[in-house]
Design a protein around this ligand. Structure first.
Ligand SMILES: [Zn+2]
Length: 509
């Protein structure tokens, strides 16, 4: 290491506290007494990052991607129009865990934290410090930066590296007690921070890059038989999904009860790495419907999109098979007799209109609609909910099921069937990564789903300002026929959306 690099590293050290920021262990009831105490059921949230409902056969996708979720659905409530609150990890995850929309918690940018007033307004805190034993884990370091904000409300925040084959991030390995500070410092070293596009440490940047490549190639070689296109990875973490599933399989039953467990697993997030069993599994003649390019096209040719879509579908099928392995284990145990088991995602993925992935300005169905299945303790039959629901509904629903008060800040509602459906309401999604964090939403995309209609509003984009699209999702589920100019309902929906935006912008105006 160059001397100046060493000094830069040392300069960071005073920012790093060495104490464990861990709250004293709570008093928990024994597993035996809690098994009968359904007033405080266990809660298991399993989140697969970037899992589009549009690509799940559970929801009618032509490729048979999710046979295991379909088995699970036979003892769960299946939400058919469940909307993420944002189109990438920060807004999607923060909304799920705070019950607030991105315009409220303000985690609207990549690696952007929740603003201080909402850090304490999280699911783990609301469930009760002394009541619930709380565990969280994520492979995805973007999600880790959010969960880290709730550290004081967690009994066990498992380190990412514990379930990784290789973790190339220093902040995670050596400075986890101060992950929030250390990760920013490390990103500046490496030129990956939003505040600088250049590495501040040339030698560390180069050495780390070389080391990472060598490590990745060695691991890929070791697992070549199981993962023909490479072992799953994301950013600096190389991991086997199987290891995280195995941890849940082997440890859930021994946790103090009642527990709340949040496992945020990166697959099927890009890069798509299906196992050998699923690689080439969908090498069929089916192709998605071609759609015209959007003004926000990334100019991916159609052939490229359908090839990526096939590999994504194969990765989804792999994720589903791993889910099935966990489900079979839980099904054979008694844990589901006193556990609410949720499967969901933070956002979807898209392969259309010249756009691939989820870092985009658009909010179409493939990137917004995610799976949500909730299995209640002992549930043996399937229920289906067709009404639009939102990620912000998950927290108030869980608080209701745990007999905890629902705080006034929650912007969601208790989900059916746990509450009888009231009047038709609107749910929202926000894309504002190019808007200033603490400012009115003037450069953003906002979608509002109400009943069968979805209104999308684009504001503040250069050359695409104050634009609207309206789709009838029942008649036009592929969102190909924009009826904004012709539908009589358009003006009423537009007024509702603009009134809402005025309301949420008011604190920043
Ligand atoms: Zn994500």
């Amino acid at each position: 290491m160059h001397r100046r690099d060493f000094l830069k590293l040392m300069a960071a050290l005073p920012l790093v506290r060495i104490s464990w920021r861990q709250r004293p262990p709570a008093t928990h009831h024994s597993a035996e007494t809690q098994a009968e105490d359904i007033d405080h059921p266990n809660i298991l949230i399993l989140l697969f990052d970037t899992f589009s409902a549009k690509h799940a056969s559970l929801y009618g996708y032509p490729r048979h991607t999710t046979p295991n979720l379909e088995r699970f659905a036979n003892r769960a409530t299946v939400y058919h129009a469940h909307q993420a609150s944002g189109n990438f990890t920060n807004p999607g995850t923060a909304s799920l865990l705070t019950g607030a929309y991105p315009w409220t918690h303000r985690s609207m940018h990549l690696y952007s934290p929740i603003i201080p007033p909402y850090v304490d307004k999280n699911l783990f805190r609301a469930l009760g410090h002394t009541q619930y034993h709380s565990v969280a884990y994520s492979h995805n370091m973007v999600a880790v930066t959010l969960i880290y904000q709730f550290l004081n409300d967690l009994d066990n925040f498992k380190k990412t590296e514990e379930l990784c084959l290789h973790d190339g991030q220093l902040a995670d390995q050596f400075f986890f007690n101060d992950y929030d500070l250390a990760t920013w410092r490390e990103r500046i070293f490496r030129g990956a921070a939003d505040i600088s596009s250049y590495p501040s440490s040339l030698f560390y940047f180069l050495l780390n890059g070389e080391y990472w490549q060598a490590k990745k190639e060695a691991i890929n070689e070791q697992y070549r038989d199981r993962f023909p296109v490479g072992v799953p990875y994301h950013h600096d973490q190389i991991f086997l999904l199987e290891d995280a599933i195995n941890w849940l399989r082997d440890n859930l039953e021994t946790l103090p009860q009642p527990f709340v467990v949040y496992f945020h697993l990166t697959p099927p997030h890009e890069p798509y790495c299906p196992s050998k069993e699923f690689y080439g599994h969908f090498n069929d003649s089916w192709v998605p419907e071609p759609k015209p390019e959007h003004v926000f096209t990334q100019e991916h040719p159609y052939g490229e999109l359908i090839a990526a879509c096939q590999t994504y579908d194969e990765y989804v099928a792999f994720v589903d098979s791993e889910f099935g392995r966990l489900y079979d284990h839980l099904n054979s145990s008694s844990l589901l007799d006193n556990t609410y088991f949720l499967v969901t995602s933070d956002h979807g993925e898209m392969f259309e209109r010249g756009i691939q992935g989820h870092l985009t300005e658009v909010l179409y169905d493939p990137v917004m609609r995610v799976p949500l299945l909730i299995s209640a303790p002992g549930q043996q039959e399937r229920r289906d909910v067709q009404a639009p629901t939102s990620a912000v509904d998950v927290m108030p629903t869980l608080l209701h099921l745990a007999n905890r008060p629902i705080p006034t800040w929650c912007e969601g509602e208790i989900l059916p069937p746990y509450q009888t459906a009231g009047t038709e309401r609107s749910v929202f999604a926000v894309e504002a990564k190019s808007n200033a964090k603490r400012a009115p939403l003037t450069r953003a995309t906002v979608a509002m789903v109400k009943g069968r209609y979805k209104l999308i509003h684009y504001r503040g984009y250069s050359g695409f300002d104050d634009e609207y699209e309206l789709y009838d999702l029942e008649a036009d589920p592929e969102e190909l026929n924009d009826i904004y100019a012709t539908a009589s309902v358009a003006s009423e929906l537009k007024e509702e959306l603009l009134t809402k935006l005025e309301e949420v912008n008011a604190p920043y105006s």
